[in-house]
Write a protein that binds this ligand. Structure first.
Ligand code: PHE
Length: 489
């Protein structure tokens, strides 16, 4: 191990002069040794001083000369004792050796080149270039002028290394004890706790991430909204059946059977079971009447109401289907008891999927059923509810729903987006819906609905609904999403 090697060496020696040489000696990579040095230096076990050292490496050409000899020597050796014509010599030699070799051999005064022929001027030459290159390759010291010459000929290239000189540090030990991290029962029993060195606490260390469940942003917002409803005294409605009959989803809401929403382009109808088995008969009869000929002060729609149409099963298109069932049940109880109900659950619409629409989404719905409620009560409760969500600037716009009259769209001024955004829909349920159920005549229902996705996308800054819901949701978003606190601004 590099650490033991360093500490062991320093026990008998004053210093390690050059970490590079030391790394080569103990056959470890210098970068690996450097890590060990830095660690030991940090603990003041060794004292490391860094230095920069110029090191030279052979270029490709330098490597070749180191093996085959320099071109000038090869040129010289190719000249026979009696001389040779330049043309013949050229034919004998590699073109590079000929051109480079001839000029250096001439410069060195080894040969004479005159009148198209070459003759030797000395008997023997030494290959100094080859020897120097070998010395450099072996890491031996070479004279500065020679280094400069070889660099100029591009036979060597400079590389600057950071190296270290090491000496014992103030806390030097010849072998490091492994610091204990825990005091155990065994330490106490054996008594060796007295000699233990404990690892210092790192109070800045991050704890292990805890493996826990995470709430999807939609669930976070849902919980917050649920709390708001509970604080306002609302009870939750049972929304656990996604499959509903057309009767409860549309007919009971005084929505005519020709209404475009009842088309398969807008609604998912079930193939099996395609129809419902049970409907409350006397109530069905009253619903049929109110559609066909009215009553309770209404003219009705004046068409032939078909039971087969009402029996068709579908995936509920709004949670108002649940509200309708609840109001019908409430109407059956004597004496009548005022109620505040809410629900937050999934609904389905046969829509083209795009950045802001999915074929399924969540609706939030609230309703109050009591004697003598007015539109003023609806506006008041909406202002209270939305203020708790952090939206205190509201505007209302007249709207149309088959089952409410009057109806209002709700807009809120969004400070971030700097514009009015539609946040929900609301209204007072029509007498044509409530009276056939058997609710007392002076009882009104005020109600409103909104999507869960829309406020969640605005709150979490998500602009594509597919990033919020469905198979493309990034699990890290769910893990790291911030806590949701509504209404705090
Ligand atoms: N059901 C309506 C929708 O789907 C919302 C709503 C609920 C409107 C209650 C009025 C009253 O948009």
């Amino acid at each position: 191990m590099a650490e033991d090697a360093i500490l062991g060496f320093l026990q008998n020696n004053e210093e390690i002069a050059d970490s590079h040489q030391f790394a080569a000696r103990i056959e470890v990579d210098h970068t690996e040794l450097e890590n060990v040095i830095k660690r030991l230096n940090g603990f003041e076990i060794v004292e490391a001083k860094d230095f920069k050292k110029d090191n030279y490496l052979l270029s490709e050409e330098g490597k070749q000369y180191g093996l085959e000899g320099s071109p000038e020597v090869n040129f010289f050796l190719a000249v026979p004792v009696g001389g040779i014509s330049l043309a013949n010599l050229k034919a004998k030699l590699d073109p590079k050796v000929f051109s480079i070799g001839s000029s250096w051999a001439k410069k060195n005064g080894w040969v004479e080149i005159a009148k198209g022929s070459v003759t030797k001027k000395v008997e023997n030459v030494e290959d100094k270039v080859k020897d120097l290159l070998k010395r450099i390759e072996e890491g031996k010291v070479v004279d500065g002028n020679d280094v400069a010459d070889l660099s100029k000929r591009k036979l060597i290239v400079k590389q600057t290394w950071r190296g270290y000189t090491l000496r014992k540090g103030s806390k030097y030990v010849s072998k490091r004890k492994k610091a204990a991290t825990d005091l155990t029962r065994e330490h106490l029993q054996r008594g060796d706790w007295k000699d233990l060195e404990f690892k210092e606490y790192n109070l800045n260390a991050q704890g292990q991430p805890i493996q826990i469940g995470y709430l999807q942003p939609l669930l976070e917002v849902r919980e917050e909204i649920q709390n708001i409803f509970l604080q306002m005294g609302f009870e939750e409605m049972p929304t656990n059946n996604f499959v509903e009959s057309s009767f409860w989803n549309f007919d009971a809401l005084f929505q005519p059977q020709q209404h475009p929403a009842r088309d398969s382009h807008d609604t998912f109808f079930l193939k099996a079971p395609s129809t419902t088995r049970y409907l409350p008969e006397d109530y069905v009869e009253r619903v049929k009447c109110v559609h066909e000929s009215g009553g309770y002060g209404s003219k009705g729609y004046g068409y032939d109401w078909k039971r087969e149409e009402a029996e068709k099963n579908l995936l509920r298109t709004h949670t108002t289907a649940v509200s309708t069932r609840m109001l019908y049940m409430l109407a059956q109880q004597r004496p009548f008891m005022p109620k505040r109900y809410y629900s937050i659950d999934r609904v389905f619409r046969n829509e083209a999927v795009d950045r802001t629409h999915l074929a399924e989404f969540h609706q939030i719905e609230g309703l109050i059923c009591d004697h003598g409620l007015t539109l003023g009560d609806l506006i008041g409760v909406l202002e209270d509810f939305f203020a708790r969500l952090g939206m205190s600037k509201l505007r209302f716009k007249p709207a149309y729903n088959p089952y409410t009259e009057p109806s209002m769209e709700i807009f809120s001024y969004h400070e971030g987006l700097k514009k009015w955004v539609e946040v929900g829909n609301s209204g007072m349920f029509r007498p044509e819906m409530l009276l056939p159920m058997g609710l007392p005549e002076d009882v009104n229902v005020i109600a409103w609905g909104l999507s869960l996705e829309r406020p969640t996308m605005i709150l979490y800054g998500i602009d594509n609904i597919r990033d919020l819901f469905g198979p493309k949701v990034d699990f890290n978003l769910i893990k790291s999403n911030p806590l949701c606190r509504l209404g705090l601004q």
